[in-house]
Design a protein around this ligand. Structure first.
Ligand SMILES: [Cu+2]
Length: 112
């Protein structure tokens, strides 16, 4: 009986260790301007494998926590680009970018 308990607790421990090793926390620079951009970016990142995504209009940095066995960092960059925002690893298509509201245009407008 004691042996079974030892084995069981080992299995639980191994599982927890596994789950932790696939959780990645990182920061990604996203080119964008305002709170509308923030809503757009965070909405598309409400996605399988992504546990947390928070973009700051002040720093332009996205804090993201994801499960690397379900989604890759490159996929996260591509999700962001798919709604019109460039990152250092993925560029939004021109037609998607051009359809953004004026306040969200970041490539050739300085809204400061
Ligand atoms: Cu915006």
């Amino acid at each position: 009986m004691k042996n079974i308990l030892v084995i069981l607790s080992f299995l639980v421990f191994a599982n927890v260790a596994n789950a932790q090793s696939s959780t990645v926390s990182t920061s990604i620079k996203v080119f964008s301007n305002c709170t509308m951009c923030k809503a757009r970016i965070e909405k598309v990142l409400d996605h399988k494998g992504i546990k947390k995504a928070e973009w700051s209009p002040k720093t332009k940095q996205l804090e993201v926590v994801y499960n690397s066995s379900k989604v890759t960092e490159q996929q996260i960059h591509e999700l962001i680009a798919s709604v019109g925002h460039d990152t250092e690893k993925a560029k939004a298509k021109d037609e998607v970018y051009a359809a953004l509201p004026f306040c969200c245009l970041y490539r050739d407008h300085d809204h400061k």
